[in-house]
Design a protein around this ligand. Structure first.
Ligand SMILES: [Fe+2]
Ligand SMILES: [Fe+2]
Length: 259
């Protein structure tokens, strides 16, 4: 199976905008399925944002538009979408909105929007981040997200899949430990950080291997869900979405960059 994100993953500015705006676009699509018909205004606003972000990543893909203008569009659409999610999460905490999206999933999407904004800023300013700072940042940010993905898989996969739930729980436990280790390394290896130390390198190599395995697991499950061969309420492209993020993590660790 040839996946577009695996084979044509270009890490130029267009490629970075494409990855992040597409990411938020798909969040909007997933969210769209989970808004009650009682929440027409929210559904409409979200739909408008999805359409706007769709146009932006299509333009990023073609690479014909001025990069400065495209970056401005990416920044403002991401900010607006983040604000919508934040506003919704706040309402959800007060039980003032009817949606089936868990608060932790809203928070997850908000954190990815914030990370997108951070990356856009880095691109814009051309800031250099050392390999050790970059890999520590990537592990701390993305391992939390990987951990959430496993929790969300449990949320969407039907309870009747007992064995799968056990396997996902075991993987969740493993990623909890990796996340805690990343968190420890952040303070064990303090700033200013020089070269990637042997300890950090060992950790990075382990996470690259584990993220590749997690990507493969998500893609296997993705095939079942797309073929409607698993009992689940997951959107058909959700597993591919989170597989792409696992890919993004190990690729950034290999390249030792934040993007
Ligand atoms: Fe995402
Ligand atoms: Fe995610």
């Amino acid at each position: 199976m040839v996946l577009p994100y695996t084979d044509n993953y270009e890490r130029d500015t267009y490629g970075i905008i494409d990855f992040w705006v597409r990411n938020n676009f798909e969040h909007g699509e997933f969210f769209d399925r989970e808004i009650s018909h009682h929440e027409l205004e929210l559904a409409r606003t979200n739909h408008e944002m999805v359409q706007r972000m769709g146009k932006i990543f299509n333009r990023a893909e073609k690479k014909t538009v001025d990069i400065g203008l495209l970056l401005d569009e990416a920044k403002s659409s991401t900010r607006e979408f983040r604000e919508l999610l934040l506003h919704t999460m706040d309402k959800s905490l007060k039980c003032e909105v009817i949606i089936s999206t868990p608060v932790s999933l809203l928070d997850h999407m908000i954190r990815e929007a914030e990370e997108a904004e951070k990356v856009f800023k880095l691109v814009e300013t051309g800031t250099y981040i050392s390999p050790s700072d970059a890999t520590i940042h990537e592990s701390n940010f993305w391992l939390r997200q990987m951990l959430d993905h496993l929790i969300f898989i449990s949320h969407y996969v039907d309870a009747s899949n007992y064995q799968l739930h056990d396997e996902v729980r075991a993987m969740t436990k493993k990623f909890e430990n990796y996340f805690l280790q990343a968190n420890s390394l952040k303070t064990i290896i303090r700033r200013p950080r020089g070269e990637v130390s042997p300890v950090l390198n060992t950790f990075n190599q382990m996470i690259i291997k584990e993220a590749k395995a997690l990507e493969a697991f998500k893609l296997e499950l993705s095939v079942l869900i797309k073929n409607c061969a698993a009992v689940t309420t997951a959107p058909p492209n959700l597993l591919e979405h989170i597989a792409r993020e696992a890919h993004h993590l190990w690729k950034n660790l290999e390249d030792q960059v934040v993007n």
